[in-house]
Ligand binder design. Structure first.
Ligand SMILES: [Zn+2]
Length: 127
């Protein structure tokens, strides 16, 4: 933070400014309830929703957790698997494997996303 009087950069927990001696009052600790309410107001992603979406169509879970590029690439690969399956009898198991991998990937991303949001006061990790 900066000293409000002289603008000097001072450590977050400093009690007085080293340069001008201005008394810096420490910000009041938030109560548990306040923190809980703040936490609930953050935009979080449901891991279950990410898994379900990925199982419906690989890539949807990633799109849900705001990893659009990754999601659309996976979705394109999955679509290609289906087209190849219809045209050339390409094994559909590849599609199912993609579903499972995408479900695992997007649930992990949702967890990272939520942890980041909690630790950075609602700020989003990507986008
Ligand atoms: Zn100062």
């Amino acid at each position: 933070m900066n000293c409000p009087r002289c603008g000097l950069e001072v450590p977050e927990n400093a009690e007085i400014c080293y340069k001008c001696g201005n008394k810096l009052s420490a910000p009041a600790e938030k109560s548990y309830l306040e923190r809980k309410l703040l936490e609930d107001s953050y935009d979080k992603k449901s891991e279950a929703a990410a898994v379900i979406l990925s199982l419906l169509a690989p890539g949807l879970g990633e799109i849900y957790v705001c990893k659009e590029t990754r999601g659309f690439i996976i979705l394109a690969v999955a679509t290609l698997c289906i087209i190849l399956g219809i045209q050339y009898g390409f094994p559909y198991i590849t599609y199912l494997i993609l579903c499972v991998l995408s479900a695992y990937d997007s649930s992990k991303l949702a967890r990272i996303y939520n942890n980041y949001v909690s630790e950075h006061n609602g700020e989003k990790p990507w986008n």
